[in-house]
Design a protein around this ligand. Structure first.
Ligand code: GLN
Length: 296
């Protein structure tokens, strides 16, 4: 296996192709899904090239320091550290975002949430938007990129997450239209002004479901970004309950939902002056986004 490259192999140098094959075999033995893809992406990261560029340099010998660095990344992946944290960046809605273990890894489902906001907005208008629990900033930054007249407030309880979100706002050229607030939405009465749109992908996994998650998620992703340590609905109750203070009349809230939560969240919204409620499904047909209008 590559981790224990015999010395003579290092001396004779491995080519790109040979090291990919050995590494894929190693990751496969360690039970990693898509071992070849993982091996290729990690090598591309070491060689600072695109994955497909590796195919043009299969015969290129790896230098000793490249092999050393590759071994380190392979070891991390073999112990189940998520690929996204090792690579340090992900693509979301066609944009690049930096990630580290302070933030939730962006999920494809969240594109449904972002798309719902972008598609129902009037591109010419200037909205004042609040993203609650911004994490890596994918929602705030992507919306700022598409609704170019809007101002976004990105809120998170974690200063480390906000540091990542700021980097991503900079990286995607929207830093001047996104402001960052460190606050706990469930305790702090943080806002004087009101918003036109509130959007949130809150921690919605219940504490019992959290215990059932794969170890890869539980060990590496921040727990407070995944679960509310309760029944999964706490943040919906809390945000919807205080929406009147934060949302202009006739304006909308958008939430991502966990599987099976749409009926409960709809009920909470109906009990709190929300109407015109719509539910949007994801690519798998699961109710993934809920949106409603506030009327006082
Ligand atoms: N808003 C970020 C995302 O959707 C973080 C969400 C969270 O930490 N619960 O990925």
């Amino acid at each position: 296996m590559l981790i224990n490259f015999p010395a003579k192999i290092i001396i004779f140098m491995l080519t790109v192709l040979e090291s990919i094959n050995l590494s894929a075999e190693y990751l496969n033995k360690k039970g990693i899904d898509s071992p070849k893809l993982n091996a290729e992406l990690l090598l591309a990261c070491i060689l600072s090239c695109k994955r497909l560029d590796l195919y043009l340099s299969f015969d290129r010998p790896l230098k000793e320091d490249e092999i050393q660095n590759y071994r380190e990344l392979l070891k991390r992946r073999a112990s189940n550290e998520p690929l996204q944290y090792i690579l340090g960046s992900v693509e979301f809605y066609g944009l690049e975002f930096k990630v580290n273990s302070s933030v939730l890894i962006p999920r494809q489902e969240t594109e449904v949430l972002v798309e719902s906001v972008i598609n129902s907005a009037d591109k010419e208008k200037e909205y004042n938007i609040l993203d609650i629990g911004t994490g890596s900033g994918i929602i705030a930054v992507t919306i700022a990129k598409h609704l170019t007249g809007s101002r976004i407030t990105a809120l998170d309880i974690s200063g480390d997450a906000l540091a990542v979100a700021k980097i991503n706002a900079e990286l995607n050229g929207v830093f001047d239209r996104v402001s960052f607030i460190k606050a706990d939405i469930t305790n702090d009465n943080v806002f004087n002004d009101k918003f036109d749109i509130i959007v949130s992908n809150p921690p919605y996994i219940s504490s019992s479901d959290y215990e059932e998650l794969e170890p890869e998620l539980r060990v590496y992703e921040p727990k407070f970004a995944l679960t509310d340590y309760n029944d999964g609905l706490s943040f919906y109750r809390s945000i919807i309950g205080s929406a009147e203070k934060m949302l202009n009349t006739g304006k909308r809230i958008y939430f991502e939902l966990g599987a099976g939560q749409s009926a409960s969240v709809k009920e909470i919204m109906e009990q709190n002056k929300f109407s015109k409620i719509e539910i949007i499904k994801d690519y798998l047909g699961i109710d993934r986004v809920i949106t409603g209008e506030m009327n006082c």
